[in-house]
Design a protein around this ligand. Sequence first.
Ligand SMILES: O=C(O)CCC(=O)C(=O)O
Ligand SMILES: [Fe+2]
Length: 332
Amino acid sequence: MFKLVFKQYKCKSNSPDLTEVVKIDDCVFKGNDQEKIDINIVQRLSISNVESPQTMPGVKSPKDWRSYTLTNHPGIIVIRNPFSERGRRYWIARCLRDYPRTPNIVNLNERLFDESVRSDWWKQLSLCSDGAEFQRIKSAMRWTTFGYHHNWDTKIYDEEMQSPFPEDLSSLCGLFAQALGYADFKPEAAIVNYYPVGSTLSGHTDHSEPNKSAPLFSFSFGQTAIFLIGGRSLEEKPTAIYLQCGDVMIMSGESRLCYHAVPRIIKTQTSATSSLINEDAVNADIKTGTMDKDLFHNVGDPQFWEPFSRYMDDSRININVRQVLNPGDVKL
Ligand SMILES: O=C(O)CCC(=O)C(=O)O
Ligand SMILES: [Fe+2]
C-alpha cells in the first residue's frame, strides 16, 4: 500500500491528483465544508504551557507557534513555519555554504568530483562559470552529514564523532525540544537532504540509532514536499501531507519508527514571493548567541542573498536531527 501511494505521487505526470494531500493550516482555520473531514486528520496542539520559553533570533516566540498533530499518526507534530524570513534565510545559507564543508561528509563521488568540490561544494559552485558544469555540480549534491556519522552501507553509526555538531543547530533543536517537553534531547547526528525539484526519497524507517525513543527533529526549507507518513509496516496506507518552507516536524513516540517518504517536490515559491520583510529588526546589538552573527545580518543583503535564492528557486532542503546514544551510554 505504501509503495503504491508513493508511485502515484511520484508519477511523471505534471498534474498528479493532489486532492488527498493534507494542507495542515487550511484544515483548522478555514471554515469550509472540508473542515469536518479534515478535523479528523489534523488537530491543533496547544503548547502554551511552555514554562520558560527561550527564543532565538529568526524564530517566533513559542506562544505564537501554530502546532498540529495528526490524529491517525500519534507522535507526529508539525509546527507551521515558526521562522521569520530572515531566520529561514539564515538556515538555508548554513545548509548551502557551511554544512557541506570538510570535515562533514557529502555524497559527492570522488571519481566524479575533485577534492576542491568535495571539501567546499558551495564555494566551487559559486566560482564555476561554465553553465553545464554548474548544473552538474549543483544537482549532484544530495546530502551532507555531521555529528556521529551514519554509514549508509553498513547502516550503523561510526565509532567516532566524525565532525562537531554545529552549536547553532544544537540551540535550534534545544528550543523546540524544550518547548515540547523533551528537555533531555541531545542532538548528536544530522543529515541535510538536498532535493532538486524532480527528486524523491523512497520509503524507509530511521532505525539505526541505538536510541530509538528520542524524538527526531526535521526542518523544511524552500519548495514544498509531499511527505508520506505511514505505519510500522508497508501494508498500512500512508497519509500525505505538505511540508512547506519553514515547517518543523517532530517524529516522536509511536511515529518515530514509522515508514515515511518524499515522493514529490512541488515548486510553490519563486524568489519574488519571498522578499525580506523587516520583521527582525537587526541592529548591531542583537544577541545572536551561537548563531553566526555576520551571516544573520548578511542574508538581508539582496546581493549576498541572490545565489542562495537562485538555488532555492527549484530546490528543497531538509535538516534531519537525531539523538544517537541512550542516556548513560558511554560515547561511541
Ligand atoms: O526530507 C524529509 O522530509 C525527510 C528526510 C528523511 O526522512 C531522512 O533524512 O531520513
Ligand atoms: Fe527518514
